[in-house]
Ligand binder design. Structure first.
Ligand code: 0GY
Length: 297
């Protein structure tokens, strides 16, 4: 048994000792991509889960939020919970209005159940195309449900750079705003003008309501801190698409158990990809508020 695997074989993919970041986020900053796992006694994992993590519930998430200097969270339903959004809804409910969420749904979900998710604080659905995380990604059914989402919702799409070209017609057909997770996972070692970033910019240029999470240096830059390749590839993107970028910790970092990212170190990447106060305000407050708390603007 290793330090990160418990006696039931459940994995811990987050550090127990995150550093306090040097960078202090502006008041009201939003961690716009994080998850909760369980607690499994109340919210068991899906029978189809591709990984089985240890509990990382809302109390832990909110303690980290406070330690890192954030005010709110956007909790994205993790694939290990399948299409039962109860754990994510529980996190939102426990947040005192400081969290909203993105659901994962069976495309056959009823309109009434979508509305119930809205009332529980969900503001979008996520379509996951990573074969290591989900068995099926039925584009036709995804488009059908995307056409009947509650007003103001968006679609979050998770895919990797090698399928960007084949994703284009599908992404073009989504009838609501689109948010791309982790920039579609480009190879950041190619730099800001490399083929992956070029292709991703072409996608952003194809419609003005595609947003992007400039997240996951830990996943995208295997060299680790200070994530130099990530910074040099992503800073120009934040500058050029400054009204459509979001940022998040990705805590509890599903499937990252081999190298546990230091969450404080991730926060310290922010001023490197968004070097001005104005860019930081957009990235951490204005942009996520527009998607998740528009009624407060
Ligand atoms: C992420 C990335 C991953 C996992 C999930 O829902 C999930 O299980 O999103 C991953 O393994 O790349 O955004 O958390």
């Amino acid at each position: 048994m290793s330090d990160v695997i418990d006696q039931d074989g459940r994995i811990r993919s987050w550090t127990l000792t995150p550093s306090t970041p040097h960078y202090v986020p502006p008041a009201g900053a939003i961690d716009a991509h994080c998850h909760v796992f369980g607690p499994q006694a109340d919210f068991p994992f899906s029978a189809k889960a591709k990984y089985l993590p240890q509990d990382a519930g809302p109390d832990m998430l909110f303690a980290l939020r406070d330690k890192l200097g954030f005010a709110r969270n956007v909790i994205v339903q993790a694939s290990c919970h399948g299409t039962d959004n109860a754990a994510t809804l529980n996190g939102i409910a426990k947040s005192n209005g400081k969290a909203r969420g993105v659901a994962v749904v069976d495309p056959a979900i009823s309109d009434a159940d979508l509305q119930a998710l809205h009332e529980g604080g969900m503001r979008g659905v996520r379509f996951n195309f990573l074969k290591r995380l989900v068995d099926n990604a039925p584009k036709d059914k995804f488009l059908e449900v995307a056409g009947r989402l509650p007003a103001g919702w968006h679609v979050v799409v998770y895919f990797e750079a090698d399928i960007l070209e084949e994703m284009r017609p599908f992404l073009a057909a989504i009838p609501v705003p689109v948010v791309i997770d982790h920039m579609g996972r480009p190879n950041v070692s190619q730099g800001p003008d490399g083929p992956d970033m070029k292709a991703f910019r072409a996608l952003l240029d194809s419609r003005d309501d595609i947003w992007v999470k400039t997240t996951c240096p830990d996943r995208l830059d295997p060299a680790g801190e200070p994530y130099a390749d990530f910074v040099r590839s992503v800073a120009p993107l934040v500058e050029d698409y400054q009204d459509r970028v979001l940022w998040g910790t990705d805590w509890p970092h599903p499937n990252m158990e081999k190298v546990l990212p230091d969450d404080g170190g991730l926060v310290d990447v922010i001023p490197q990809i968004a070097p001005t106060v104005e860019l930081q305000r957009k990235l951490l407050i204005t942009n996520p508020m527009r998607l998740y708390w528009p009624e407060e603007l």
